[in-house]
Design a protein around this ligand. Structure first.
Ligand code: AMP
Length: 516
């Protein structure tokens, strides 16, 4: 039978007091299953994604276990590896929150910030070292850290580490640690490379698998809004209309490309929206600063690239807007997962242009039913036109086929504006060359560069994608090189193969809204 209260999980009084102070009434499923095992010192393999409470699932038992004993100079007692700076910083915040009654020293080794304070902490003796793999190896290489005192190793978001090419670094680090240690290993999915890592470096782990709590995503109302124009300035106008029609407390607005994030930010600010941006060209300090402002409500709208979609714990977001339909339907899941959390109502609104029908189809396939449209859905004819147009002319900036405005004339949507402003206007503005992303010497990078051949091909379904719009944006420094292709099923094949495998069952259904 599942334990239902924190009191039954074997945690110390100090940890329990911090849980009460955090306002948690009962453990989440991953906590209920992982904590009693982890406090005994056994290895845990937790298959859980962000939003399940997995961070407390490893931080709480670590706190309890680290209560006895003391750290020695340069020899951290525990090590947490996270794929990105933001995630590492969030784990550090969790230690602050759950460790209020402890006097543990927590050091954070991530790129983009000054290390002096952190190295001083390490010199004095850190109980917890939180790091991204590359940074840790850099400092280890310079003789700043000894890893032979590590009693507990946590690997968080292992599948994301795989995406980012960090697995060789992880293997190297594991070999530097004492074999007699506890390992707590978390991953949302278990591709073969991750299974191999688990088999090599974990010792008879207890495997715990949880789905994202159904109540969370049932609270997301997913709506799609058709915009007959592919011009970004028109999309922005439709977006503003959507924002104004919603009761937005705070929102993340996702773009597929970071240059569009910058353009959108300027536009939002120009139109009086209280907005900030989060993308890869920002330095670490401004990113942290923006996130903090968004968290505390100083900023209401956060224009973001997908880097903000994964992993970041931004509670209580009332809305997610997709300015662009994401190229990958699993990004859609991650994006909308920023809202409707912890039982709160959330709404996601996705702008769809004639260029996006294929991506919408992918999302429908994944959800298992047609998406719900706010306003008029695109007609069959428009969908056919969109596909033809895309095949024939490429996507970004191409003028609409001449018949399209007429075809939409009776419906009046987006029409007057399209006629009122020459399409070349927006096209020109959107195609202005952008400065290349400054190389960030501090960026989290795997030490062993991955061979180009390991990147998925640009071709899909045997057809080359038109380069202008479909070429993936330059990878943000710490982002995955390319999302992994869905793993082929390894079992008897009776279950559907593909993205759906990674999508919690509750997300495969949309909430059907009343037409607005
Ligand atoms: P995580 O999956 O670790 O990113 O956690 C997601 C969110 O759930 C965080 O905002 C936590 O503060 C929150 N959380 C974690 N455990 C609990 C709990 N037992 N009850 C309520 N909220 C929780």
């Amino acid at each position: 039978m599942q334990t239902l209260t924190f009191a039954e999980l074997g945690l110390s009084a100090k940890v329990q007091a911090a849980i009460t102070a955090a306002g948690y009434n009962e453990p989440t499923p991953i906590q209920a299953q992982a904590i009693p095992v982890a406090v005994t010192g056994r290895d845990v393999l937790g298959i859980a994604q962000t939003g399940t409470g997995k961070t407390a699932g490893f931080v709480l038992p670590m706190l309890a276990r680290l209560e006895s004993g003391r750290a020695r100079a340069r020899m951290p007692r525990s090590l947490i590896l996270a794929p990105t700076r933001e995630l590492a910083a969030q784990v550090a915040q969790s230690f602050e929150k759950y460790g209020v009654n402890h006097r543990l020293t927590v050091a954070l080794l991530i790129g983009g910030v000054s290390f002096d304070d952190q190295l001083r902490k390490l010199d004095r003796g850190a109980d917890v070292l939180i790091a991204t793999p590359g940074r840790l190896l850099d400092h280890f290489g310079r003789g700043k850290i000894l890893l032979t005192g590590v009693e507990i190793l946590v690997i968080d978001e292992a599948d994301r580490m795989l995406d980012m090419g960090f697995i060789p670094d992880i293997e190297r680090i594991c070999k530097l640690l004492p074999p007699r240690r506890q390992t707590l290993f978390f991953s949302a999915t278990m591709p073969p490379e991750i299974t191999r890592l688990v088999n090599t470096f974990l010792n008879d782990p207890v495997r715990i698998e949880v789905a994202k709590p159904a109540t969370t995503a049932k609270t997301i109302t997913q709506l799609f809004r058709y915009c007959a124009s592919t011009e970004d300035w028109e999309k922005r106008e439709v977006l503003r209309g959507l924002i104004r029609s919603e009761n937005v407390k705070n929102a993340i607005i996702f773009c597929n490309r970071k240059r569009d994030v910058a353009i959108l930010l300027k536009s939002l600010q120009k139109h009086g929206f209280n907005a900030g941006a989060l993308h890869g060209d920002m330095d670490q300090t401004s990113r942290m600063d923006t996130l903090a402002k968004f968290r505390d409500g100083t900023i209401t709208f956060l224009a973001a690239s997908d880097v903000a979609a994964r992993g970041l714990d931004i509670p209580e977001v009332s809305h997610v807007f997709n300015f662009d339909v994401p190229w990958q339907s699993d990004d859609y899941v991650h994006r909308i997962g920023r809202t409707g959390r912890a039982g709160k109502e959330g709404r996601s609104l996705t702008l769809v242009t004639p260029d996006d029908f294929k991506s919408v189809k992918d999302i429908e396939k994944m959800l298992g039913e047609p998406v719900a449209w706010i306003g008029d859905a695109p007609t069959e004819e428009e969908i056919a036109d969109g596909s033809k147009r895309k095949r024939g002319r490429g996507r970004r900036g191409a003028a609409a086929p001449s018949g399209r405005q007429d075809a939409r004339g009776g419906r009046g949507r987006d029409r007057g504006r399209q006629a009122a402003r020459p399409s070349g206007n927006g096209q020109h503005r959107e195609q202005q060359p952008q400065p290349a992303a400054a190389a960030d010497p501090q960026a989290e990078q795997p030490r062993a560069a991955r061979p180009e051949s390991s990147q998925p091909s640009q071709k899909q379904n045997g057809r080359s994608k038109p380069p202008a719009r479909e070429a993936k944006p330059a990878r943000e420094p710490w982002e995955p090189r390319e999302p992994r292709q869905p793993q082929q099923r390894r079992d008897n094949g009776s279950t559907p193969v593909g993205l759906g495998d990674h999508v919690p069952a509750f997300l495969r259904k949309t909430t059907r809204p009343v037409q607005a």
